[in-house]
Design a protein around this ligand. Sequence first.
Ligand SMILES: [Zn+2]
Ligand SMILES: [Zn+2]
Length: 393
Amino acid sequence: MKSMNLLLEAQKIKQDIVQFRRNFHMHPELGMEEYRTVGIIEDTLKSLGIETNRIAGTGLIGLLRGKGSGKTIALRADMDALPISDKKKVSYASKVPGKMHACGHDSHTASLLGAAILLSKYKNKFNGNVKFLFQPAEETVGGALPMIKEGVLKNPEVDAVFGLHVDVDIEVGKIGIRYGKTNAASDMFDVIIYGKSCHGAAPHEGIDAITVGVQVVSALQNFVSRNVDPLDSVVVTIGIFEGGYQRNIIADRVKLSGIIRTLDPNIRKIACDRVKKIILGVTEALGAKANINFTPSYPSLINDNSMTDLVKSVAEELLGKANVIVINKPTMGVEDFAYFLQNVSGSFFKVGVKNKEKGIVQPLHSSLFDIDEDVLPIATAMHTQIALKFLTE
Ligand SMILES: [Zn+2]
Ligand SMILES: [Zn+2]
């Protein structure tokens, strides 16, 4: 199967892929509520003769077997929308008030369905299996980890996993790849600092939770700037600082909520430990008490070098060398595809959707977000060619 032909094959079913995308776009569903979406996916895969299984609530696995035994590749698309009102003036704008596909997951799902259509046509051309992973709730609770816990990478055992995301910083027709650390790990914490209230004119009779909270925030920023190697990346952000009742009352309680973002798994451990120690140490030294609630979230996304080479060679074959960009910086944003990469080697790459002439320049998660739909057959061809190349070489 020549790769240039493959882009042509994907172009031939462009109308189908666009229709899927617009259908999902008009009927967005939030994380763990992707009932309608997964129903359409299930019907489509079944009609192609692909075995399907529901997993992790609203998730779905499709299994396509090739002509003989061999390796197994997994291709993943996320399906969930966001609680944002669609303000675009287009025929396919969201019909559901307050919900919108503003992160492009509709196009991820549509282009993976396109790949399922093509790969089911070519199933006599490869050995091994293709697993299609349709994942819920990337934006909220994260569907990847529950899918893994329910065995998505087993039976048959998955040898490699690939996924993609639309990118408005990249022109349509181009692919962005990245080696190694790509997205940050995220940890969330909520802290309640307990002091003792008294009259604001006699602060020595109480313990001022507000001044303690201020010291905690300041010490946390000192940790980032003074204890972390400047070449390592750590972000500690306090987004909520709440407390107090009245101007002349010493507050007995302050609430702080924040996030920690790191790229390196070792630095992540150190950062989380130090943040806890600083909060407890500072509050204790100032005579207050702290209650910390830590919620670990997505790990850092680390692409495998040889699998990224595979994506690069496929992108070059399909679109030409000039249209493949090596992204030179990681992002401190998160992506739960990272969980798949903790278990199996693989690569997560970007497909360009920007088109200035068509006015497609709005950022992800904006109420005017849109994509250049020319990306859809490209994304389908990328998935298809990656699978064929991985299974036949
Ligand atoms: Zn998003
Ligand atoms: Zn997204």
